[in-house]
Design a protein around this ligand. Sequence first.
Ligand code: GRF
Length: 208
Amino acid sequence: MAEAARKARVAILISGRGSNMAALIAASRADRSAYEVALVFSNVPDAPGLGIAADAGIPIASLDHRGRGGRAAFDAEVLSILRGHGIEYVALAGYMRLLSEPFVTAWEGRMLNIHPSLLPSFTGLDTYARAIAAGCRLAGCTVHFVTGELDGGPIVAQAAVPVRDDDTPATLADRILAEEHRLYPAALDALCAGRLRIAGQRVLGLAR
Ligand code: GRF
């Protein structure tokens, strides 16, 4: 029998509920997945997502960012935790921390984020309310490489949903979240399988 291909070791970084994390874990369990979730890390020790990960049998770690001597010192500690677990790729999934330059550089081309807008529109927070207020007929989500520019790295994948007349930020968020759960595992799998190539601001190779 052929030996199963080795899966890439991914860490997922979260700060909250972890629904994208759960979708990434579920997808990783397919035989043909190119990655395994080797660690879930949180800067919020009581983040609900940590419990979900532990219940799924995933190693977890947390470190409260408060009182750690600033962003650079905290990120250096996180980096050493990730290295200690032999992590090869990082997926940010609702990780509510700005990242220091050395951390970003350490994972250049190997760290993804999911953002709930069709980038480059609506970087930052309150994306749903801003898309509705701007009169957008489409909203959505984006998986992108992480660079030093907030929500500004090369785009890997996007999904769009219609904005309905009666949408509130909450109803729009729900519709987008369902797309996030489909989009993120596919993008991470493509990265870990070595299919993606960054060409300037473009990413090639997502489609099989
Ligand atoms: C999602 O809306 C994601 O797009 C954003 O943070 C939220 C995380 O939600 N980056 P969850 O913790 O994955 O449920």
